[in-house]
Design a binder for this molecule. Structure first.
Ligand code: ATP
Length: 231
């Protein structure tokens, strides 16, 4: 479970995130939407202790994320290319992550084989450094590495952006499997209202750093969101 209390972040005295309270339950799939600059990435960065808030705190399973690193063992995340090591090939990078998390070669192989549908033959065995992959293929590497550790919680920033339509559909299927079969807690930000409403049972709309809607996804949610974003 993730608990956020009185969380604020400002840059040069301009407040970009202000979340008085937000709780994300175990197994919940939580979608975060909002226009450019709404504060989605900043909120995820604070949840992952990548930036420090000016005020408030984030707890993961009752532990303050900035005070203890235990949560890193069960949290998979991919926000951007900064998460990758660009002078490694994808296979070298997967081995690196596997070593950090103490995963066996067999587990890694079986996970990566199961991800081949998303990789589409463009990632494994490729003799290219990550920095030389397309943006979409870099994203596939990052998302795969995040999921490979068999996380309880996964945090993904715009996972569908830069992916071709076939891969978007395959990734969505994979996320839905994780939700239904393993009850993984998912935090997903997206500009793609279709995908995010299909994957997430709860949608939060952020505007100028504030939560302005917190909706349980229903058959009307997509329409409601489209109306909100049509100005
Ligand atoms: N390091 C920084 N220094 C100054 N301002 C920053 C910094 N990081 C983020 N911001 C500002 O914080 C605000 C929120 O940015 P953020 O990237 O969180 O938005 P977002 O909702 O993820 O946007 P997008 O949909 O475009 O990715 C923006 O106005 C941005 O310019």
């Amino acid at each position: 479970m993730i608990e956020i209390n009185d969380l604020k972040k400002s840059y040069k005295e301009i407040e970009v995130v202000n979340v008085p309270e937000l709780n994300i339950s175990k197994g919940e799939s939580f979608g975060l939407v909002g226009n450019n600059g709404a504060g989605k990435t900043t909120l995820f960065r604070m949840i992952l202790d990548l930036i420090r808030p000016n005020n408030g705190m984030v707890k993961s399973n009752d532990v303050v994320v900035s005070e203890n690193e235990e949560w890193k063992k069960y949290t998979g995340s991919y926000l951007d290319e900064g998460f990758l090591i660009d002078f490694l090939t994808p296979d070298e990078y997967f081995n690196f992550i596997a070593n950090i998390h103490g995963l066996s070669k067999g587990d890694v192989e079986s996970f990566l084989n199961s991800f081949e549908e998303v990789f589409n033959g463009e990632i494994r065995g490729v003799k290219k450094y990550i920095r030389d992959l397309s943006k979409g293929n870099q994203k596939k590497v990052g998302i795969a590495a995040a999921l490979m550790i068999d996380p309880e919680i996964i945090v993904l920033d715009e996972p569908f952006a830069n992916l071709d339509p076939t891969t978007q559909i395959r990734l969505k299927k994979r996320l839905l499997e994780l939700k239904h079969e393993k009850q993984v807690t998912m935090l997903i930000s997206s500009h793609d209202l279709n995908h995010v409403t299909e994957v997430c049972e709860r949608i939060v709309v952020l505007e100028k750093g504030n939560i302005i809607h917190d909706i349980k996804t229903s058959e009307n949610t997509l329409k409601e969101l489209e109306e909100y974003f049509t100005v």
